[in-house]
Write a protein that binds this ligand. Structure first.
Ligand code: PLP
Length: 365
């Protein structure tokens, strides 16, 4: 048996008519940028997140850049963030002319460690970006409280956490701004690039709305510096409107798969990092293994496709290094060498799940 990591064509196989219909509606409307589909998506996704404002943008990385700019980040500023989340936030921070201030992770769930957050806040960054990695909400209430006390703005990177909630609050509703990506493999995915920002703050929402479109407050009138062109287009918004009602059901399926992995993978060298619960939507099912590369080769031999999220921490990216000293991030370094992701997506079959579990348990160490 061959188990692909995430076969996107299979995800959409029973959605052909719904998605084609949504796209044809856009074609026939003759309205392709910032029209009724985007308006509807912004309204519905804001409501889904329990927030008053949603601003659709081109992709999740642009959402991070626009959030940083809206909070006043510019050259010379420092922004606290983790180094184990594929460098999306680091790239956005650099794009603003600012510098990342890296915080280490805790070893259980590989999320931003509170002790490290406190150390970083003592160095007075302009903003902190908290990433809900792999679909798990981080210690966001405590982080928000520390940020408020320190007078540091808080951005939540929710690109892996659509639908994750704690105490009735959704990812993105704890900080000043939540950033979402709708890249096709995300829990809510478009058929191309897409992104959004959510916020409770009306003034921030107005600024973000201007910044995504050249800094305009009105047609051809620029009042906000740092604007660009990053708009969610009507085709992707139409797809997202068709997909949003399926999000909770798909997340439930991801949780059920993860529950089986957690219950049935029993191997002394394999340690899943997940705990389960409503605050985890299992964007990825990640395990740690000291013999990661051997385990990966073994699974490949058994037809199980895996991936590594992520192999290289931000501070070791050749294109992101600045002149400063290499930060000490021991837990981040260790995690990058040990993490491995198993297939975990809404259209994984029971037979495939059983095959993955059997292959893991047969790992000869
Ligand atoms: C995917 C992702 C992004 C970037 O989103 P794009 O739409 O691909 O630009 C940012 N942060 C995290 C954590 C992501 O997983």
């Amino acid at each position: 048996m061959r188990v692909p990591f995430f076969p996107l064509a299979r995800l959409h196989a029973d959605r052909r008519e719904a998605l084609a219909g949504a796209m044809l509606e856009v074609l026939d409307s003759g309205w392709f940028v910032l029209g009724p589909q985007v308006e509807r998506f912004e309204r519905d996704f804001a409501a889904y997140c329990g927030l008053p404002h949603c601003i659709g943008v081109g992709n999740g990385s642009d959402a991070l850049v626009l959030a940083l700019r809206a909070l006043g980040v510019g050259p010379g500023d420092r922004v606290a963030t983790v180094a184990n989340a594929a460098a999306y936030s680091s790239v956005a921070i650099h794009a603003c002319g600012a510098e990342p201030l890296f915080v280490d992770i805790e070893p259980e769930r590989l999320l931003m460690s509170l002790a490290s957050v406190e150390q970083a806040l003592a160095q007075r960054p302009k903003v902190l970006v908290a990433t809900h990695l792999y679909g798990q909400l981080c210690a966001i209430e405590a982080i928000a409280e520390r940020c408020r006390a320190a007078g540091v703005a808080l951005i939540e990177d929710c690109a892996q956490a659509h639908g994750a909630r704690r105490g009735g609050r959704l990812a993105g509703a704890f900080g000043d701004i939540g950033c979402y990506s709708f890249y096709p493999t995300k829990n809510l995915g478009a058929l191309g690039d897409g992104g959004a920002l959510v916020t409770a703050d009306a003034a921030l929402a107005r600024r973000l709305r201007a910044l995504r479109q050249y800094g305009w407050t009105d047609k051809y009138r620029i009042e906000h510096p740092g604007g660009c062109n990053s708009r969610l287009d009507e085709l992707q918004a139409a797809v997202l409107n068709a997909e949003l009602p399926l999000l909770d059901g798909r997340n439930a399926r991801r949780r059920a798969i993860a529950a089986r992995y957690l219950a049935e993978i029993a191997h002394p060298a394999i340690a899943p990092i997940a705990r389960g619960g409503q605050d985890d939507v299992f964007h990825l099912f990640v395990l740690r293994c000291a013999h990661r590369d051997a385990l990966r080769a073994h699974l490949t031999e058994h037809g199980v496709q895996t991936d590594i999220h992520y192999p290289l921490p931000d501070h070791r990216q050749p294109g992101l290094q600045d002149a400063g000293a290499m930060p000490a991030l021991p837990e981040t370094e260790r995690a990058c060498a040990e993490v491995l992701s198993l297939p975990c997506h809404p259209v994984l079959t029971d037979a495939e799940i059983a095959h993955v579990i059997a292959a893991c348990n047969a790992f000869p160490t």
